[in-house]
Structure formats: C-alpha cells, structure tokens
Design a protein around this ligand. Structure first.
Ligand code: FES
Ligand code: FES
Length: 165
C-alpha cells in the first residue's frame, strides 16, 4: 500500500525546508534520508538509546519517536547546526563541543550528537545543576564508551563557565 503524503514546512538549522513527506516517516529518518543530515544517529529506533535526539523549538526530542509531520512549522536544530546557531545557542553549543573535546567525552562518537542536544537543552535552561542532576538529565542518552564521567565534567564546565569560553 502506498504511504499517504503530506506537505511539510519547517526550519532546519536556520534554513527553510519544505517537502511532501510520507505521513508515517519519523523525524530522524526525514532528517537523514531526505535532507542528508546524517549527524543524528539511529540506534534502537524505539526511544530508548537517545542517539537520535535533536532539538525541536529548543526542546530535546527523540527523532525516532516523533513523526516528521508533527514537527510541521517547528524550528529543528541538529548537531550540524549547533556551532552555527545564532546568539547564545551557538555560543553554548560551541562551548559544549569544545568541552567534550577537552575532556575526551567521546570515543566512538555514536552517542555524541544526541548527547550534545540533551546537554544543550540543559545548559540553555540557565540553571546550575549538580552532577547528579546532570546525570539525571542525560539519563535518556546511552553511552557505551565513556562511563559518563567525562561527559558530566564537560557539561559542568560549560554550566559553571569554566574552560576559557
Ligand atoms: Fe531513537 Fe534510540 S534511535 S532513541
Ligand atoms: Fe561511544 Fe558514547 S562515545 S557510545
């Protein structure tokens, strides 16, 4: 049976995008397959691993659980757009990327785009969290390599303004 399609318009990393899309395609498959933004990864495909996390209107969402058409009219930011994002979002995203690099907060890098999206959401909330609260916030993003300590170190650096930002 042919999938029904629907017109979709959104902003992705600051660029207006419009496409006719199958109504059942999920957001991360749309971003990767239609727009070529393969920085967002796909792991479990059912909302558990967090590899597909992107920001939709500033909120972290699982790209495998959200239909692309549910993001109609939204502003979507993926890892490809973090560093170039305007204003404070871009500054904080760059600070996070530098802090992840400084702390070796990634090894294979598979979790990193989703981890950075969740971290950016937390830093943008503007409050200072302790390490347990940072762990809680990123608890939906699985990392099989790092043991999380370096990731928390990196997020804490940015939150506390450490590390030459
Ligand atoms: Fe979406 Fe794992 S691929 S949560
Ligand atoms: Fe490999 Fe996190 S760096 S899964």
């Amino acid at each position: 049976m042919m999938d029904r399609t629907r017109a979709l318009a959104m902003t992705v990393n600051g660029e207006a995008v419009s496409r006719d899309v199958p109504v059942r395609i999920n957001l991360v498959d749309f971003l990767r397959g239609e727009l070529g933004l393969t920085g967002s990864h796909v792991g479990c495909e059912h909302g558990v691993c967090g590899a597909c996390t992107v920001l939709v209107d500033g909120q972290s969402v699982r790209g495998c659980l959200m239909l692309a058409v549910q993001a109609d009219g939204a502003e979507v930011t993926t890892v490809e757009g973090f560093a170039e994002a305007p204003g404070e979002t871009g500054r904080q995203a760059r600070a996070l990327q530098q802090a992840f690099h400084r702390h070796n907060a990634l090894q294979c890098g598979f979790c990193s785009p989703g981890m950075l999206a969740s971290a950016l959401e937390l830093v943008q909330a503007g409050k200072t969290c302790d390490r347990a609260e940072i762990r809680e916030h990123i608890s939906g993003n699985y990392c099989r390599c790092t043991g999380y300590q370096a990731i928390v170190d990196a997020i804490e650096d940015v939150m506390l303004g450490r590390g030459g930002q």
